[in-house]
Design a protein around this ligand. Structure first.
Ligand SMILES: Cc1cc2nc3c(=O)[nH]c(=O)nc-3n(C[C@H](O)[C@H](O)[C@H](O)COP(=O)(O)OP(=O)(O)OC[C@H]3O[C@@H](n4cnc5c(N)ncnc54)[C@H](O)[C@@H]3O)c2cc1C
Length: 458
């Protein structure tokens, strides 16, 4: 199985690499190897009835398969250099934005037309935030919604499968350098190629680390974000979400001068489990289709931690905290804000009597037994700060789910072509440690593909 280019991973990074290469009209032989299933075969067993919480499938359908971790996401494509990754450090700010706009245009022509593009430009909310010690980051946000995002993926697959060979349920185990390129091994199968793009996302972080070790590619430790997912009545955040959809707000705590920030805001959305390498954490998304709207809005409040010397395993630290919550709660823990500040656990009864109905069946418990004091103090401080711009945020019945952990891959050494020190081997998307969003991962895919096209045309 000989190819010009092999892409490992069919998440947004891999898909947009394949799209760019396949549509270049060069007649390149391209393959995508993906350990998960095809889009229509991806199915999480949690149905809310027989299976209520994560049963730790060997291959997580939420994280793996065509569409990658983004397949059932909220489909928020943030067009900005202010968050979502540091792609601009490699390719420059202007090109990074142009590529994100290019990705947006492809999404629109593949089913996303008619979805709304929100913007922070000229928003009064920015001033209101500043007056209350909060900082609103600048961005344009295309909100596809989970449903339209899925349609876009279906359409992209329909187009790509004619031009690209997809191998699903094919986990690449090793990559070896050969005279003319690379040989990839997946079980009994052997694939060879001249150029290889690795885009295995966060779920492939451990494997990526082993590949870097075996090929002598240097890596650096990265940060981990730890916090909670907040869920409250949608009306409370409506003044922000109606105008901006997603607002990325940063707050510096008075107590420790730590930065706490909002992340992944889902108006009328649902809170969901996320399984990363067997550890259950919390996440959220929402649908564009109004009939699937809930009465709640959810968003994460996160604090970044980066360890370097002598301990440098930031992800390991985050994993330990998530494991603790899994140990105490059998998965994700939910607590009313009022119970947290009164120093008592939430119980089934307190949650039942709450005016906010949880959208995720989590275990009522006590987050202060799980989340380090410094981080939790920062989160509580920020909830009171947000209460000034969105009164009601600090209500007793506001629900906090924990823990939310954003694992970042270690940073892989890549040059400004996103190529490693092994010629023809590119590392893109979240597994590079450079991106951590749909738009940045997709843009990096287009960029790496263009580098390969440029090289093969020379
Ligand atoms: C629930 C949820 C909601 C999210 N919502 C948003 C959002 O609204 N906006 C946003 O910007 N970001 C969001 N994100 C993050 C976003 O999904 C990721 O940043 C993005 O998917 C990264 O793309 P990627 O291609 O780098 O990796 P991924 O999407 O993780 O794709 C990597 C693929 O590689 C495969 N793989 C791994 N190892 C191997 C191997 N050894 N062999 C073969 N294949 C392998 C995996 O199965 C996976 O399908 C969300 C994430 C989750 C989990």
């Amino acid at each position: 199985m000989n190819y010009d280019v092999i892409i490992v991973g069919a998440g947004p990074g891999g898909i947009f690499s394949a799209y760019e290469l396949a549509n270049a009209g060069r007649g390149l032989r391209i393959a995508v190897l993906e350990l998960g299933r095809a889009l229509d075969k991806r199915c999480c067993p949690i149905d809310g009835k027989k299976v209520k919480s994560c049963i730790r499938c060997q291959t997580c359908s939420i994280m793996s398969g065509f569409g990658g971790a983004g397949a059932f996401s909220d489909g928020k494509y943030n067009i900005t250099n202010q968050f979502g990754g540091t792609l601009y450090e490699h390719i420059g700010k202007t090109e990074a934005i142009e590529l994100m706009q290019y990705v947006d245009s492809i999404n629109l022509t593949h089913g996303g037309a008619g979805t709304r593009l929100y913007s922070t430009a000229n928003s009064d909310i920015k001033r209101m935030c500043l007056q209350n010690g909060l900082h609103l980051l600048d961005a344009q946000v295309r909100h596809l919604g989970t449903d339209i995002n899925y349609v876009v993926l279906e359409n992209l697959y329909e187009e790509l499968r004619r031009k690209v060979d997809f191998y699903f349920e094919t986990a690449v185990e090793s990559i070896v350098r050969t005279d003319g390129g690379y040989e990839l091994c997946a079980g009994e199968k052997r694939f060879s190629c001249k150029s290889c793009i690795i885009s295995v996302g966060r779920s492939g972080s451990k494997w990526m680390e082993s590949v870097c070790g075996s090929l002598g590619i240097p890596t650096m430790s990265n940060r981990v974000d730890i916090g909670v997912r907040v869920e409250l009545p949608a009306e409370i955040f409506a003044p922000l979400t109606d105008e901006l959809y997603e607002s990325k707000i940063v707050y510096r705590t008075q107590k420790f001068e730590d930065m706490v920030r909002t992340f992944c805001m889902n108006p009328h959305g649902v809170v969901v489990n996320e399984n990363t390498n067997g550890i259950v954490t919390v996440n959220g998304h929402s649908y564009e289709d109004r009939s699937r709207h809930t009465e709640n809005t959810n968003f994460a409040l996160l604090v970044s931690k980066h360890f370097s010397v002598p301990f440098k395993d930031s992800n390991g630290y985050g994993e330990s905290i998530a494991r603790l919550s899994n140990m105490l709660g059998g998965g994700v823990i939910v607590q009313r804000f009022g119970d947290l500040v009164r120093g008592r656990r939430s119980t089934e009864q307190r949650i039942r009597e709450s005016f906010v109905t949880p959208t995720l069946a989590a275990t009522p418990g006590d987050l202060s037994l799980v989340i380090p004091k410094r981080i939790l103090d920062g989160i509580i401080e920020m909830i009171y700060a947000l209460d000034k711009i969105a009164p009601g945020t600090a209500n007793d019945d506001t629900l906090l789910y924990g823990v939310e952990v954003k694992f970042y891959n270690m940073e892989v050494e890549i040059n400004d072509r996103l190529e490693t020190r092994c010629p023809g081997l590119y590392v893109i998307g979240d597994c590079s440690g450079v991106t951590h969003s749909l738009s940045h991962a997709s843009a990096s895919g287009v960029y790496a593909a263009r580098q390969i096209l440029k090289k093969s045309g020379e």
